[in-house]
Ligand binder design. Structure first.
Ligand SMILES: [Zn+2]
Length: 181
């Protein structure tokens, strides 16, 4: 008897694979190539088998699907069924991704993560903008980079959290306050 979980995974995998030929990863790869970047793909010697490896920039690029990698974005929705199963699976993927980034950075690699929602879905920023930002990041010396959907595409939850970072009052006073010395 087929395990219902594996059937579900297979179905999800198939749709991920089917899309992978027009996929975000391939589109980004081609766009970066046109911009003059040269890279290795899926280098098995590196932790997490990064989608692109640009030695010259000491950089790796991952293009993450928002579902399997559990991106909190407008493209992501917890499945309505077998919620516990999916939570365990996706949380596991997230932990592995975090560990992958940690290991790569500790061995001197810079890591860029491009989320699928930057390239598809209603809040995408599009391939040109994604490639442009990737190029800027590659030429920078930043150790970690994230490219994601446009801010306008934030979920209500994210928007609330984002607003929460601002102090309750942004009123400014010119009084410097008591000096600490
Ligand atoms: Zn996303």
């Amino acid at each position: 008897m087929a395990d219902v979980h594996s059937v579900e995974i297979r179905r999800r995998n198939m749709s991920a694979i089917r899309s992978s030929n027009t996929a975000p990863e391939l589109i980004l790869r081609q766009a970066l190539f046109r911009l003059g970047f040269r890279y290795r793909v899926h280098d098995r010697k590196l932790r997490g088998r990064p989608d692109l490896v640009l030695r010259r920039y000491r950089a790796v690029v991952f293009v993450h699907g928002c579902f399997f990698h559990g991106h909190e974005c407008t493209a992501f929705r917890w499945p309505a069924t077998r919620e516990r199963f999916w939570r365990q699976k996706i949380d596991g993927n997230r932990r592995r991704d975090t560990e992958t980034v940690r290991v790569l950075r500790s061995t001197g690699w810079r890591v860029l993560i491009v989320w699928e929602c930057a390239l598809r879905g209603r809040s995408k920023i599009g391939i040109e903008e994604t490639a442009r930002r990737s190029a800027v990041w590659l030429r920078s010396n930043k150790s970690i980079g994230l490219i994601t959907e446009s801010r306008g595409g934030m979920t209500a939850h994210q928007a609330r959290r984002c607003r929460g970072h601002h102090p309750p009052s942004t009123r400014q006073t010119s009084r410097p306050g008591p000096q600490g010395g």
